[in-house]
Design a protein around this ligand. Structure first.
Ligand code: IMP
Length: 197
């Protein structure tokens, strides 16, 4: 089965490819369809955005499509940046500027609890979509640590660990991350379709 991953984010693609390696699916991505415009992510929820991305690519290509919408929720900030995680510090999008803004917003804050959330939507070629979700609880540091991963990884320490996501080997992050957990749920829910590992 041919499955298109509805993202042009190379970091997300790497993680999704690594996690789904071994499944009986031929993975392609939105990078293979430069003529299809980017989806405007204007939904209020991760679910709405994930569905919009998967359905748009599936309908445009006539293939099955899988989309990830994800972000960071920080307890002391009323769950911001949430669906606005990618553009938290505005345009042009910059992971460094987002991390600086997060540290500024949390300056002097002792409650550093946070979680990553991910919703994966799978759409058939006709645009019928279903979703699964994953989350990873943890806390935000007061300074960046580590060079691996992407986004808020250098500031996020998952519960029960000492290292940030950016200090861990990729396999370790993928085993416990919001994206890894959502994809584990996807493999369970859509077992027949995705084929066994
Ligand atoms: P979107 O799903 O494309 O709207 O963007 C999600 C944004 O959330 C990314 O640009 C990152 O800033 C952040 N994010 C999502 N997943 C991760 C992750 O695994 N590590 C670090 N940041 C993430």
């Amino acid at each position: 089965m041919k499955l298109l991953v509805a993202t042009r984010n190379k970091h997300k693609l790497e993680e999704i490819h690594a996690i789904l390696a071994g499944l009986d699916v031929e993975l392609h991505s939105a990078l293979d369809f430069p003529e299809i415009p980017d989806v405007v992510e204007d939904g209020d929820t991760f679910e709405a955005n994930a569905i919009k991305k998967a359905v748009t690519l599936a309908r445009a290509t006539g293939c099955w499509a899988l989309a990830d919408d994800s972000g960071l929720e920080v307890e002391a900030l009323g769950n911001a940046p949430g669906v606005y995680s990618a553009r938290y510090a505005g345009e042009p999008v910059s992971y460094a500027a987002n991390n600086e803004k997060l540290l500024r917003e949390l300056a002097g804050q002792t409650d550093r609890r946070a979680r990553f959330r991910c919703v994966m939507a799978l759409s058939d070629p006709a645009g019928r979509a279903e979703t699964v979700a994953g989350r990873c609880e943890g806390h935000i540091l007061e300074a960046l640590r580590g060079a691996a991963g992407f986004g808020y990884d250098p500031l996020f320490v998952p519960e029960g660990f000492e290292q940030t996501f950016a200090e861990m080997p990729a396999e370790e992050k993928n085993a416990i991350s919001h994206r890894g957990r959502a994809l584990a749920a996807a493999q369970e829910k859509w077992k027949q379709l995705l084929g066994g590992a």
